[in-house]
Design a protein around this ligand. Structure first.
Ligand SMILES: Nc1ncnc2c1ncn2[C@@H]1O[C@H](COP(=O)(O)OP(=O)(O)O)[C@@H](O)[C@H]1O
Ligand SMILES: Cc1ncc(C[n+]2csc(CCOP(=O)(O)OP(=O)(O)O)c2C)c(N)n1
Ligand SMILES: [Mg+2]
Length: 332
Protein backbone atom coordinates (compact mmCIF):
# COMPACT_ATOMS: atom_id res chain seq x y z
CA UNK A 1 0.00 0.00 0.00
CA UNK A 2 1.36 3.43 -0.94
CA UNK A 3 1.69 6.38 1.46
CA UNK A 4 -1.10 8.28 -0.28
CA UNK A 5 -3.50 5.35 -0.18
CA UNK A 6 -2.69 4.75 3.47
CA UNK A 7 -3.48 8.35 4.42
CA UNK A 8 -6.69 8.16 2.35
CA UNK A 9 -7.70 4.97 4.20
CA UNK A 10 -7.06 6.65 7.56
CA UNK A 11 -9.02 9.70 6.46
CA UNK A 12 -11.94 7.57 5.22
CA UNK A 13 -12.03 5.71 8.52
CA UNK A 14 -12.06 8.70 10.84
CA UNK A 15 -13.55 11.16 8.34
CA UNK A 16 -16.90 9.34 8.46
CA UNK A 17 -17.52 10.83 11.88
CA UNK A 18 -19.09 14.26 12.22
CA UNK A 19 -16.57 17.02 12.77
CA UNK A 20 -16.21 17.42 16.51
CA UNK A 21 -17.20 20.71 18.11
CA UNK A 22 -14.52 23.29 17.43
CA UNK A 23 -12.84 21.22 14.73
CA UNK A 24 -12.71 23.19 11.50
CA UNK A 25 -10.37 21.02 9.38
CA UNK A 26 -8.92 17.57 10.09
CA UNK A 27 -6.86 15.29 7.82
CA UNK A 28 -5.99 16.60 4.37
CA UNK A 29 -4.31 19.96 4.80
CA UNK A 30 -0.88 21.01 6.12
CA UNK A 31 -2.39 21.53 9.58
CA UNK A 32 -5.54 20.57 11.39
CA UNK A 33 -7.54 23.67 12.32
CA UNK A 34 -9.31 24.02 15.67
CA UNK A 35 -11.31 26.92 17.02
CA UNK A 36 -9.33 29.05 19.54
CA UNK A 37 -11.45 32.14 20.15
CA UNK A 38 -14.40 33.61 18.23
CA UNK A 39 -11.93 35.22 15.87
CA UNK A 40 -8.88 32.93 15.87
CA UNK A 41 -7.89 29.29 15.38
CA UNK A 42 -5.14 26.89 16.43
CA UNK A 43 -3.12 25.21 13.68
CA UNK A 44 -1.70 21.76 14.53
CA UNK A 45 0.67 19.51 12.65
CA UNK A 46 3.43 16.96 13.23
CA UNK A 47 6.45 15.88 11.20
CA UNK A 48 9.01 13.19 11.97
CA UNK A 49 12.62 12.92 10.89
CA UNK A 50 13.94 9.34 10.86
CA UNK A 51 17.60 8.36 10.53
CA UNK A 52 18.42 6.96 7.06
CA UNK A 53 15.03 8.13 5.75
CA UNK A 54 15.33 11.88 6.36
CA UNK A 55 18.94 12.31 7.40
CA UNK A 56 22.29 10.58 7.35
CA UNK A 57 24.40 11.25 10.44
CA UNK A 58 27.59 10.78 8.43
CA UNK A 59 27.03 14.17 6.83
CA UNK A 60 24.28 15.81 8.89
CA UNK A 61 25.78 17.80 11.80
CA UNK A 62 23.77 17.73 15.04
CA UNK A 63 23.21 21.51 15.12
CA UNK A 64 21.76 21.63 11.60
CA UNK A 65 19.61 18.57 12.31
CA UNK A 66 18.12 20.30 15.36
CA UNK A 67 17.30 23.33 13.22
CA UNK A 68 15.84 21.24 10.40
CA UNK A 69 13.55 19.32 12.76
CA UNK A 70 12.01 22.65 13.81
CA UNK A 71 11.94 24.23 10.33
CA UNK A 72 10.08 21.37 8.62
CA UNK A 73 7.38 21.57 11.28
CA UNK A 74 7.17 25.36 11.26
CA UNK A 75 6.84 25.15 7.47
CA UNK A 76 3.46 23.42 7.80
CA UNK A 77 2.15 26.33 9.88
CA UNK A 78 3.62 28.81 7.37
CA UNK A 79 1.79 26.85 4.66
CA UNK A 80 -1.56 27.83 6.24
CA UNK A 81 -0.42 31.44 6.64
CA UNK A 82 -0.09 30.94 10.39
CA UNK A 83 2.23 32.07 13.17
CA UNK A 84 4.12 29.25 14.96
CA UNK A 85 3.70 29.33 18.74
CA UNK A 86 4.50 26.06 20.53
CA UNK A 87 6.35 22.80 19.92
CA UNK A 88 6.36 19.33 21.49
CA UNK A 89 9.39 17.13 20.88
CA UNK A 90 9.50 13.32 20.95
CA UNK A 91 13.04 11.95 20.87
CA UNK A 92 13.82 8.32 20.05
CA UNK A 93 17.51 8.15 20.98
CA UNK A 94 19.92 5.46 19.77
CA UNK A 95 22.75 4.22 22.02
CA UNK A 96 25.45 5.82 19.82
CA UNK A 97 24.40 9.45 20.55
CA UNK A 98 26.78 10.99 23.12
CA UNK A 99 26.34 14.08 25.26
CA UNK A 100 28.34 16.36 22.93
CA UNK A 101 26.07 15.40 20.02
CA UNK A 102 22.95 15.94 22.11
CA UNK A 103 24.13 19.38 23.26
CA UNK A 104 24.75 20.50 19.69
CA UNK A 105 21.39 19.11 18.54
CA UNK A 106 19.54 20.99 21.30
CA UNK A 107 21.49 24.19 20.54
CA UNK A 108 20.35 23.96 16.92
CA UNK A 109 16.78 23.27 17.94
CA UNK A 110 16.81 26.18 20.38
CA UNK A 111 18.25 28.60 17.82
CA UNK A 112 15.52 27.75 15.31
CA UNK A 113 12.81 28.10 17.98
CA UNK A 114 14.17 31.54 18.85
CA UNK A 115 14.31 32.56 15.20
CA UNK A 116 10.71 31.51 14.48
CA UNK A 117 9.45 32.82 17.82
CA UNK A 118 8.12 29.50 19.10
CA UNK A 119 8.54 27.73 22.43
CA UNK A 120 9.24 24.09 23.22
CA UNK A 121 6.61 23.22 25.82
CA UNK A 122 6.85 19.44 26.21
CA UNK A 123 7.54 16.09 24.64
CA UNK A 124 8.78 12.60 25.35
CA UNK A 125 12.16 10.85 25.48
CA UNK A 126 12.59 7.16 24.73
CA UNK A 127 15.32 4.80 23.57
CA UNK A 128 15.36 3.51 20.02
CA UNK A 129 17.60 0.51 19.29
CA UNK A 130 18.52 1.34 15.69
CA UNK A 131 17.21 4.54 14.08
CA UNK A 132 17.31 7.97 15.70
CA UNK A 133 13.82 9.49 15.43
CA UNK A 134 12.79 13.11 15.92
CA UNK A 135 9.07 13.82 15.99
CA UNK A 136 7.72 17.27 16.61
CA UNK A 137 4.22 18.61 17.03
CA UNK A 138 3.77 22.23 16.11
CA UNK A 139 1.00 24.51 17.28
CA UNK A 140 0.39 27.82 15.56
CA UNK A 141 -2.38 30.37 15.39
CA UNK A 142 -4.05 32.73 12.97
CA UNK A 143 -7.27 34.70 12.50
CA UNK A 144 -10.02 32.33 11.38
CA UNK A 145 -10.67 34.30 8.19
CA UNK A 146 -7.00 34.62 7.22
CA UNK A 147 -6.10 30.90 7.17
CA UNK A 148 -5.22 29.66 3.67
CA UNK A 149 -6.25 26.10 2.82
CA UNK A 150 -5.14 23.77 0.02
CA UNK A 151 -8.69 23.62 -1.27
CA UNK A 152 -9.32 27.18 -2.52
CA UNK A 153 -7.71 27.10 -6.00
CA UNK A 154 -10.02 28.06 -8.89
CA UNK A 155 -9.64 27.72 -12.69
CA UNK A 156 -7.90 30.82 -14.03
CA UNK A 157 -5.76 31.29 -10.90
CA UNK A 158 -2.05 31.74 -11.41
CA UNK A 159 0.32 29.35 -9.63
CA UNK A 160 3.16 30.94 -7.66
CA UNK A 161 6.17 29.59 -5.81
CA UNK A 162 8.59 31.28 -3.42
CA UNK A 163 12.38 31.00 -3.58
CA UNK A 164 14.12 28.44 -5.77
CA UNK A 165 13.38 24.77 -6.40
CA UNK A 166 15.58 21.67 -6.38
CA UNK A 167 18.45 22.91 -4.25
CA UNK A 168 17.99 20.52 -1.33
CA UNK A 169 17.61 17.51 -3.62
CA UNK A 170 20.77 18.44 -5.53
CA UNK A 171 22.62 18.98 -2.24
CA UNK A 172 21.53 15.56 -1.00
CA UNK A 173 22.82 13.93 -4.20
CA UNK A 174 26.16 15.72 -3.80
CA UNK A 175 26.41 14.40 -0.22
CA UNK A 176 25.41 10.88 -1.25
CA UNK A 177 28.03 10.73 -4.00
CA UNK A 178 30.64 12.68 -2.05
CA UNK A 179 31.10 14.99 -5.05
CA UNK A 180 31.81 18.72 -5.04
CA UNK A 181 31.63 18.98 -1.25
CA UNK A 182 34.55 21.43 -1.10
CA UNK A 183 33.30 23.58 -3.99
CA UNK A 184 32.09 26.94 -2.62
CA UNK A 185 29.57 27.22 -5.48
CA UNK A 186 27.71 24.19 -4.13
CA UNK A 187 27.38 25.58 -0.60
CA UNK A 188 23.80 26.82 -1.13
CA UNK A 189 22.75 23.33 -2.30
CA UNK A 190 24.36 21.49 0.62
CA UNK A 191 23.04 24.06 3.10
CA UNK A 192 19.49 23.73 1.76
CA UNK A 193 19.46 20.02 2.49
CA UNK A 194 21.01 20.35 5.96
CA UNK A 195 19.25 23.48 7.15
CA UNK A 196 16.21 24.63 5.16
CA UNK A 197 14.25 27.64 6.45
CA UNK A 198 10.50 27.94 6.67
CA UNK A 199 8.81 30.90 4.93
CA UNK A 200 6.88 32.13 7.97
CA UNK A 201 6.95 35.87 7.28
CA UNK A 202 5.94 35.42 3.65
CA UNK A 203 3.13 33.06 4.67
CA UNK A 204 1.84 35.60 7.18
CA UNK A 205 2.02 38.41 4.64
CA UNK A 206 0.16 36.33 2.04
CA UNK A 207 -2.51 35.42 4.59
CA UNK A 208 -2.86 39.08 5.56
CA UNK A 209 -3.18 40.17 1.94
CA UNK A 210 -6.44 38.29 1.40
CA UNK A 211 -5.60 37.69 -2.27
CA UNK A 212 -4.27 34.10 -2.04
CA UNK A 213 -6.83 31.36 -2.68
CA UNK A 214 -4.85 28.17 -1.89
CA UNK A 215 -1.46 27.37 -0.42
CA UNK A 216 0.79 24.53 0.80
CA UNK A 217 4.47 24.01 1.45
CA UNK A 218 6.67 21.95 -0.84
CA UNK A 219 8.05 18.93 1.00
CA UNK A 220 7.58 16.06 -1.45
CA UNK A 221 8.37 18.03 -4.63
CA UNK A 222 6.27 20.22 -6.93
CA UNK A 223 4.91 17.25 -8.93
CA UNK A 224 3.34 15.70 -5.83
CA UNK A 225 2.48 18.78 -3.82
CA UNK A 226 0.78 20.63 -6.68
CA UNK A 227 -1.19 17.41 -7.26
CA UNK A 228 -2.29 17.53 -3.59
CA UNK A 229 -3.37 21.16 -3.93
CA UNK A 230 -5.24 20.42 -7.17
CA UNK A 231 -6.94 17.33 -5.74
CA UNK A 232 -8.14 19.21 -2.65
CA UNK A 233 -9.40 22.05 -4.85
CA UNK A 234 -11.01 19.81 -7.49
CA UNK A 235 -8.98 21.42 -10.29
CA UNK A 236 -5.89 20.77 -12.43
CA UNK A 237 -2.59 22.60 -12.90
CA UNK A 238 -0.35 23.51 -15.82
CA UNK A 239 3.28 24.33 -15.11
CA UNK A 240 5.73 25.82 -17.58
CA UNK A 241 9.23 24.39 -17.25
CA UNK A 242 10.85 27.63 -18.43
CA UNK A 243 9.24 29.55 -15.53
CA UNK A 244 10.54 27.28 -12.75
CA UNK A 245 12.97 29.14 -10.48
CA UNK A 246 16.33 27.37 -10.42
CA UNK A 247 19.79 28.38 -9.27
CA UNK A 248 23.06 28.64 -11.24
CA UNK A 249 24.65 26.00 -8.99
CA UNK A 250 21.92 23.51 -9.96
CA UNK A 251 23.09 23.48 -13.57
CA UNK A 252 26.71 22.98 -12.53
CA UNK A 253 25.82 20.16 -10.13
CA UNK A 254 23.70 18.52 -12.83
CA UNK A 255 26.68 18.47 -15.20
CA UNK A 256 28.93 17.06 -12.47
CA UNK A 257 26.47 14.32 -11.49
CA UNK A 258 25.03 13.74 -14.96
CA UNK A 259 21.52 14.70 -13.87
CA UNK A 260 18.73 16.98 -15.14
CA UNK A 261 18.07 20.11 -13.01
CA UNK A 262 14.35 19.88 -13.78
CA UNK A 263 14.14 16.46 -12.09
CA UNK A 264 15.45 17.97 -8.87
CA UNK A 265 13.07 20.93 -9.29
CA UNK A 266 9.86 18.95 -9.77
CA UNK A 267 10.55 15.57 -8.12
CA UNK A 268 13.38 16.16 -5.62
CA UNK A 269 11.49 17.35 -2.56
CA UNK A 270 12.41 19.13 0.69
CA UNK A 271 12.21 22.61 -0.87
CA UNK A 272 10.09 23.97 1.99
CA UNK A 273 9.02 26.82 -0.28
CA UNK A 274 5.41 28.06 -0.43
CA UNK A 275 3.28 27.10 -3.43
CA UNK A 276 0.14 29.21 -3.78
CA UNK A 277 -2.52 30.31 -6.23
CA UNK A 278 -4.20 33.66 -6.76
CA UNK A 279 -6.32 35.34 -9.45
CA UNK A 280 -4.26 37.15 -12.13
CA UNK A 281 -5.35 40.56 -10.83
CA UNK A 282 -3.44 39.83 -7.60
CA UNK A 283 -0.07 39.55 -9.36
CA UNK A 284 1.11 43.09 -8.54
CA UNK A 285 0.10 42.79 -4.89
CA UNK A 286 1.97 39.50 -4.54
CA UNK A 287 5.13 40.87 -6.17
CA UNK A 288 5.12 43.96 -3.95
CA UNK A 289 4.48 41.99 -0.82
CA UNK A 290 7.23 39.44 -1.55
CA UNK A 291 9.68 42.21 -2.42
CA UNK A 292 8.91 43.72 0.99
CA UNK A 293 9.91 40.39 2.56
CA UNK A 294 13.02 40.12 0.38
CA UNK A 295 11.80 36.76 -0.92
CA UNK A 296 11.73 36.08 -4.65
CA UNK A 297 8.43 34.73 -5.97
CA UNK A 298 7.78 33.28 -9.42
CA UNK A 299 4.61 32.70 -11.37
CA UNK A 300 5.08 29.18 -12.74
CA UNK A 301 1.74 28.24 -14.29
CA UNK A 302 -2.01 28.37 -14.00
CA UNK A 303 -4.99 26.43 -12.68
CA UNK A 304 -7.40 24.77 -15.11
CA UNK A 305 -10.73 22.95 -14.86
CA UNK A 306 -9.43 19.61 -16.21
CA UNK A 307 -7.90 17.46 -13.47
CA UNK A 308 -4.23 16.47 -13.50
CA UNK A 309 -0.88 18.21 -13.23
CA UNK A 310 0.83 18.86 -16.53
CA UNK A 311 4.36 20.07 -17.21
CA UNK A 312 4.87 22.05 -20.40
CA UNK A 313 8.41 21.95 -21.71
CA UNK A 314 9.18 24.68 -24.24
CA UNK A 315 6.70 27.38 -25.22
CA UNK A 316 3.09 27.38 -24.10
CA UNK A 317 1.78 26.43 -27.55
CA UNK A 318 4.36 24.04 -28.95
CA UNK A 319 5.77 22.22 -25.90
CA UNK A 320 4.93 18.55 -25.40
CA UNK A 321 2.68 18.40 -22.32
CA UNK A 322 3.61 15.71 -19.81
CA UNK A 323 1.57 14.43 -16.84
CA UNK A 324 3.63 14.68 -13.64
CA UNK A 325 1.01 14.19 -10.88
CA UNK A 326 2.42 12.58 -7.74
CA UNK A 327 5.86 11.97 -9.26
CA UNK A 328 7.65 13.36 -6.20
CA UNK A 329 8.88 11.65 -3.04
CA UNK A 330 6.80 8.86 -1.52
CA UNK A 331 7.52 6.94 1.69
CA UNK A 332 5.96 3.57 0.99
N1 LIG B 1 -0.74 8.55 10.27
C1 LIG B 1 -1.59 9.55 10.06
N2 LIG B 1 -2.71 9.67 10.79
C2 LIG B 1 -3.57 10.70 10.60
N3 LIG B 1 -3.39 11.66 9.70
C3 LIG B 1 -2.28 11.60 8.93
C4 LIG B 1 -1.33 10.55 9.07
N4 LIG B 1 -0.33 10.75 8.18
C5 LIG B 1 -0.64 11.89 7.53
N5 LIG B 1 -1.81 12.40 7.97
C6 LIG B 1 -2.48 13.63 7.49
O1 LIG B 1 -2.55 13.56 6.08
C7 LIG B 1 -2.31 14.84 5.50
C8 LIG B 1 -1.13 14.75 4.54
O2 LIG B 1 0.04 14.42 5.27
P1 LIG B 1 1.48 14.78 4.76
O3 LIG B 1 1.61 14.39 3.32
O4 LIG B 1 2.48 14.26 5.74
O5 LIG B 1 1.41 16.37 4.86
P2 LIG B 1 2.62 17.37 4.72
O6 LIG B 1 3.30 16.98 3.43
O7 LIG B 1 2.03 18.72 4.69
O8 LIG B 1 3.47 17.14 5.95
C9 LIG B 1 -2.10 15.80 6.65
O9 LIG B 1 -3.33 16.46 6.91
C10 LIG B 1 -1.72 14.90 7.80
O10 LIG B 1 -2.11 15.43 9.05
C1 LIG C 1 19.24 10.04 4.04
C2 LIG C 1 18.17 10.70 3.21
N1 LIG C 1 17.64 10.01 2.17
C3 LIG C 1 16.65 10.58 1.44
C4 LIG C 1 16.19 11.83 1.71
C5 LIG C 1 15.13 12.46 0.84
N2 LIG C 1 13.83 12.61 1.47
C6 LIG C 1 13.48 12.00 2.60
S1 LIG C 1 11.91 12.40 3.08
C7 LIG C 1 11.68 13.39 1.74
C8 LIG C 1 10.36 14.09 1.46
C9 LIG C 1 9.84 14.96 2.57
O1 LIG C 1 9.66 14.26 3.78
P1 LIG C 1 8.26 13.84 4.36
O2 LIG C 1 8.46 13.03 5.57
O3 LIG C 1 7.42 13.22 3.27
O4 LIG C 1 7.69 15.26 4.74
P2 LIG C 1 6.16 15.69 4.80
O5 LIG C 1 5.63 15.62 3.39
O6 LIG C 1 5.47 14.72 5.72
O7 LIG C 1 6.23 17.07 5.34
C10 LIG C 1 12.83 13.39 0.93
C11 LIG C 1 12.99 14.14 -0.33
C12 LIG C 1 16.78 12.50 2.81
N3 LIG C 1 16.39 13.73 3.18
N4 LIG C 1 17.76 11.92 3.53
MG1 LIG D 1 3.02 20.47 4.35
Amino acid sequence: MREREMIQAISDLVGRKELAEGLIRSIGDDCAVISRTDRSVWLLSMDSLVEQVHFDLRFHPAYELGRKAVSVNVSDVAAMGGRPQFLLLSLGLTPDRDQAWFKEFMAGLESACREYGCLLIGGDTVSSPRALTLTLTIIGEQDREAVIYRSGARPGDEIWVSGELGLAAAGLDLFRLGSGLEDPDFKPLLARHLNPRARVELGLALAGSGVVRAMLDLSDGLATDLAHLCKESGVGGRVEARLLPGHPALDRAAVLLDRQPIDWMIRGGEDYELLFTAPPAAGKTIQTLAAGQNVPVSRIGWIVREHGVVLIRGDRDEGEPERIDFQGYEHC
